[in-house]
Design a protein. Sequence first.
Lengths: 172, 104
Amino acid sequence: MTEIILFSLFALTAVTCALGVVFHKNPVHCALLLVAVLLSLAGLFIMLHAQFIAALQVIVYAGAIMVLFLFVLMLLNVRRHEDVLTPGAAKGFGFLFALIVFVELLWVALSPGGGEQGSVGAPAALPQEFGSPAAIGRILYTTWLYPFEITSILLLVAVVGAVLLARRKFVG
Amino acid sequence: MSTIAVPLAAYQILAGALFTIGVVGVLVRRSALIVFMSIELMLNAVNLSFVAFSRQHGSMDGHIFVFFVMAVAAAEVAIGLAILIAIFRKRETANVDDVHLLKG
């Protein structure tokens, strides 16, 4: 019962704040509402026994990435536009396509189970250490070692690219 | 662990709703910064879906995927915001409708 109440609370917060992110006029408020969405998702991750991912969500997303957003927001100091949404037919088409996407996703989520099992059964029994940093580290450094190393190269490329792009003058 | 009270479909519907809100943001907002935030929203909806399926199947591979998605999101934000700053320096705008140099 408490689980249902907590889920409803987090889900409602997430959806409300997400709508705020998309439709609020002030970009700083949008960024803060996005932090609220990320934090309520971290709560949902804990309910799903993903403690380590929840901690990462708070530290990396709500901490580092959002600070980056706010920093750029303050740096650019974008003047307020009169019309927040893109004008004309593009807006209508945007809402239409989003509605189509939502109906498709609902259909997939509610369709009575594809595959061989026929329907979604009870959730599997969890091992003792499910979602703990130790267990995640163990499979990250064995099964997923190569993707992990490739990710480090990706981050290096991102760092070099960001430094090059943000320099005051391009060379040549 | 007793039976789970919240079914998997509830998490999937929530993830779908958040993803759709992100799609709306990308399609209808003019400010490039808000478009970036909407992309983060979509990535997070997918993360929620991964973690919910991970719980359902009792396998931690979904958690690893979320880890990688976060790394890619961090890289994407760093590059994207750098591009945004470069555009803002040249053209004094952060509006996606004003950047149409390739239109011909």
